[in-house]
Design a protein around this ligand. Structure first.
Ligand code: PEP
Ligand code: MN
Length: 264
């Protein structure tokens, strides 16, 4: 993959003051929930609404998402608030459905990045489109798998790419749900400085109280954006309740963060 400015053209097109802020619930639960959160985020720095509708859970028996039904809710949220939308795709069929419903940005989740054939199917399904695709790091601390997924998309002529750093699992428990291992995304950025790098503090933290510090570290390291799980009633969320924050808390975090990077 050559080092191309084209990779970050989509980010520059946003014409934002840094950083790019993606926010919204871990999972779309109901139409009302998606619209309530979207409206509460409308006047924040968040320009992209996230909501997972297909949720590949590590163990069975947990909520696995509302499925395609949620795509209509995202469309409605976009119409009502003007926010762009993003959701996770975990196979080629998800891509087809998301494209049919005008989802603006697709992301590949940590449990999918580890699977080269599925990433290839997703890349093939995206061929010929100009979608923005964000690739989360694989669950395990493996830079090659992460790069490999990006390369498969790039080879399928997907040029609007970015990566999301969501931390890496480890057997031993630490204060993080997933260890940041900051050196891994830094190494990736050294290889491909034009690839936009976004922090997902929510899945690194697994808890609310260190979201701010993680965001500040990302900005200090010149990350291009953050994706923060945000819910109007976090404790009642159907997935990842402990790490979600309210839109008001996000607004306060954005006020308190010291942004180092200026848009050129
Ligand atoms: C998510 O974004 O809600 C999610 C499941 O993330 P990850 O793939 O990073 O675990
Ligand atoms: Mn989540």
């Amino acid at each position: 993959m050559e080092n191309s400015k084209e990779l970050r053209s989509w980010l520059d097109d946003f014409g934002l003051n840094h950083p790019l802020v993606i926010a919204g619930p871990c999972s779309a639960e109901t139409e009302e929930q998606v619209l309530t959160i979207a409206h509460q985020l409308k006047d924040s720095d968040a320009t992209v609404l996230r909501a997972g509708i297909w949720k590949p859970r590590t163990r069975p028996g947990n909520f696995e998402g509302v499925g395609a039904l949620g795509l209509k809710w995202l469309q409605k949220a976009k119409e009502e608030t003007g926010m762009l939308t993003t959701t996770e795709v975990a196979n080629a069929n998800h891509v087809d459905l998301a494209l049919e419903h005008d989802v603006d940005i697709l992301w590949i989740g940590a449990r999918t990045t580890v699977s080269p054939f599925i990433v290839q199917d997703i890349a093939d399904a995206l061929k010929g489109t100009d979608k923005i695709v964000l690739v989360k790091n694989p669950v395990n601390p493996d830079l090659s798998l992460w790069l490999g997924a990006v390369e498969r998309l790039h080879t399928a002529d997907i040029s609007k790419l970015g990566v999301i750093h969501r931390g890496f699992s480890a057997y031993e428990k630490t204060k993080y749900r997933n260890n940041p291992e900051w050196q891994i995304p830094i190494e990736l950025q050294n290889k491909f400085p034009d690839l936009p790098l976004i922090l997902d503090p929510s899945h690194i933290a697994g808890r609310r109280d260190i979201i701010f510090d993680l965001c500040q570290t990302a900005l200090d390291l010149n990350y291009d954006g953050i994706m923060v799980e945000t819910h109007h009633t976090p404790d009642k969320a159907w997935s990842d309740a402990a790490q979600q924050i309210t839109p008001d808390t996000l607004k306060q975090i954005m006020k308190d963060l010291k942004v180092r990077k200026e848009v050129s």
